[in-house]
Design a protein around this ligand. Structure first.
Ligand SMILES: [Cu+2]
Length: 525
């Protein structure tokens, strides 16, 4: 069948009533709530912090009460403030009805404290992790990492910021008044069922494309507003979406000055008018509000399958910044920190990681997408993109696709690294502690976006998806993205990780991760 006919046919097969609440722009207009600011949580004098993972309810949609999970609260969590060089002892009390783990994303800590999939905390039990950080000041985060459940558990609300601070960062003259001119911006898309509950599904469609929503939450609120002082304002962005790439910008095109990447400050600010941010990534930016004019932070349409459905087919406002008359004294320095040059290592070991998707999953997942969104699925996609994104060169056959219910396809192991879906009992390789390696991460197996995250390190990007990294992506990073091409990073691991508490390397599109695009690896002395 020709692709064009296939598209015509699938649009005739349109399914009425998806059981989901459609997006209504009126929500945004009615609910100009203040941006919720996560409270700061400091360790006590002995370095102790207690985190309780708990159930709750949250009102996201008028008249609806959504069951949510959170850390010390109903949805999301506080921002933990951790000082470099001081021992932290964190007690995690799991009051959820299910097991979970809590992974310290971006923290350079031993495998034993990393909170990977092997480190389950059963329901109604607690666990204490201890570590002392030796890494630059940065905005990191904490989220569950239970294999097969990560997407669902993050969707329910388990995510919180971790603010690592050192003496150098305290001295910088940048905005530092938390919740005033230093503003956390956690961005997450969600889909609700007719009862107002998160309509999360790990199925063949989300295993292929990722789970996405038609509603944007900013720190858990819909299109909120923040009153800032006039002058320089600092925004700490986290793409907390399961699967959605964001392209952040301002509604009036005023620039962002990027001051950090995932793992620390850049050497100097980088001016951008568009900031692509992949799942799990963090960037801190400064923006100039001295003209006193209100503007929106927006996310622009992206070329990613499934992610251009309304309302994301247009610029989507996620936060209004309204400057007050109060003047801010904070400044944007020309120089932030001294970044070490990327070292030249003789006989550098190259390790290859090939990210692949079972072609069956690709086809069946795409068919499920077509069935669910017949009228929209191809909007904004030109034929060239479709040729690449849909079929990767092979023909699509209806008969092949309609038979999948008779031959259940194991989509839970449909995504792979080096030909293997994640296996908790078999780490894929071992790395020597303290030794540099070049990791060559290939996304040539498909045309999906894969933000690749490596535990236990902050690395430097040598090349990203076949090109030199953008200037604001040359600092410390724990995620590099591939999209049909190859990325190279220079990594080193300073701590140990045993087979029982291995580090993970995985795609941070959470449904790819949950369906196998992850490997464990060990670090030995
Ligand atoms: Cu992926």
């Amino acid at each position: 069948m020709q692709r064009r006919d296939f598209l015509k046919l699938t649009s005739l097969l349109g399914i009425a009533g998806t059981g989901l609440i459609p997006y209504q722009s009126s929500w945004a207009a009615q609910n100009r709530t203040a941006l919720p600011i996560p409270s700061l949580l400091y360790p006590d004098a002995q370095g102790n912090i207690k985190l309780t993972l708990q159930e709750g309810t949250t009102h996201f949609i008028n008249g609806k009460s959504t069951k949510t999970w959170g850390i010390n609260q109903a949805f999301l969590g506080p921002a933990l403030v951790l000082d470099v060089g001081k021992k932290a002892s964190i007690k995690i009390d799991n009051q959820l009805p299910t097991s979970t783990t809590l992974h310290w994303h971006g923290l350079i800590i031993p495998g034993a404290s990393d909170g990977g999939p092997q480190d389950l905390i059963p329901s109604k039990q607690s666990q204490t992790v201890q570590f002392t950080l030796q890494q630059p000041s940065s905005t990191c985060w904490v989220h569950p990492h239970m294999h097969g459940q990560t997407g669902k558990q993050v969707t329910m609300g388990l995510a919180g910021l971790v603010l690592i601070q050192d003496e150098q960062s305290k001295k910088l003259p940048i905005p530092k008044n938390w919740g005033k001119d230093d503003i956390p911006v956690i961005l997450q898309d969600r889909q609700f069922d007719l009862q107002g509950q998160f309509a999360y599904q790990l199925d063949v469609m989300s295993a292929a494309l990722g789970w996405f929503g038609n509603h944007m939450l900013t720190n858990g609120a819909t299109y909120p507003r923040h009153i800032s002082p006039r002058g320089w304002v600092r925004l700490r962005f986290l793409n907390g979406c399961n699967a959605r790439t964001l392209i952040l910008a301002t509604s009036d095109n005023r620039p962002f000055y990027v001051i950090t990447s995932d793992g620390g400050f850049l050497q100097e600010p980088v001016k951008v008018t568009e900031l692509p941010i992949w799942m799990g990534e963090r960037f801190e930016v400064l923006v100039d509000t001295s003209d006193g004019k209100a503007f929106d932070i927006i996310t622009k349409p992206v070329q990613q399958m499934g992610m251009n459905l309304p309302p994301f087919n247009n610029n989507m406002p996620v936060l209004t910044i309204q400057p007050s008359s109060e003047r801010n004294q904070a400044t944007l320095p020309d120089h932030l920190v001294d970044m070490p040059a990327i070292p030249t290592i003789p006989n550098l070991y190259q390790r290859h990681l090939d990210l692949t998707m079972n072609p069956q999953l690709d086809k069946i997942g795409m068919q499920a997408f077509q069935d669910k969104y017949p009228q929209h699925s191809m909007a904004n996609m030109d034929m060239d993109d479709m040729n690449m994104d849909m079929s990767h060169g092979h023909e699509m056959h209806m008969d092949h696709m309609t038979h999948h219910s008779e031959h259940p396809f194991d989509f839970l192991n449909g995504n792979m690294i080096n030909g293997k879906a994640y296996d908790m009992n078999h780490p894929l390789f071992n790395v020597k502690q303290g030794k540099y390696e070049e990791w060559v991460i290939s996304g040539k197996g498909d045309m999906m976006v894969h933000p690749f995250h490596i535990h236990g390190t902050q690395f430097r990007i040598l090349s990203e998806n076949g090109a030199p990294p953008a200037p604001h992506r040359t600092g410390w990073k724990d995620i590099v993205h591939v999209n049909g091409k190859v990325s190279k990073v220079l990594v080193r691991f300073d701590h140990l990780a045993s087979p029982k508490r291995a580090y993970m390397a995985h795609c941070h599109l959470l449904e790819h991760e949950d369906t196998g695009m992850m490997c464990g690896f060990t670090v030995s002395a």
